[in-house]
Design a protein. Structure first.
Length: 156
């Protein structure tokens, strides 16, 4: 299953980007044998400053057709890392070929995009900077595949 991180905004070089690249690289190395990967990062920019509705249109254009859509939103479901790994594995075993994780802009994700999502995930009730959310989802993807592989990276 291919993973797509569809995000609003551009991430410049820096420590967050280095962490994301590292976790994605680790994920892809282990993920291949579990039917996971590669990961693509697709960044969109709302140059017209149209807000959430325009961001939603831009994001909808880059989400692969037929992809399972998971939005990252503070009002979503909180999952343990093992539960997240089980969900990912269930999507792979059910034959889903693409999964898109959506990170919206500063104002969140438009209702029109929320309405077509298959899964809403929260990293807690706190609001996180988008660069850190990218790091966190990259790390959780790596943790999930590590759990599936039986690696000691995740300890209960």
């Amino acid at each position: 299953m291919k993973i797509h991180l569809c995000v609003v905004g551009r991430l410049r070089k820096g420590p967050e980007k280095e962490l994301i690249d590292d976790y994605i690289s680790r994920f892809e190395k282990i993920g291949r044998s579990h039917g996971l990967g590669p990961v693509s990062i697709i960044e969109v920019e709302d140059k017209k400053n149209g807000g959430m509705p325009n961001e939603a249109l831009l994001l909808k254009r880059v989400i692969p057709k037929g992809a399972l859509i998971a939005i990252l939103d503070e009002r979503g479901q909180t999952l343990s890392s093992p539960d997240f790994a089980k969900k990912i594995n269930s999507y792979v075993t059910s034959g889903i070929s693409d999964m898109a994780f959506i990170i919206g802009g500063a104002d969140g994700i438009a209702p029109s995009l929320q309405a077509i999502s298959d899964l809403k995930i929260s990293f807690g009730k706190m609001v996180w900077p988008h660069a850190l959310v990218r790091v966190m989802i990259a790390e959780q993807l790596y943790r999930a595949v590590s759990i599936l592989a039986g690696s000691p990276y995740h300890r209960n």
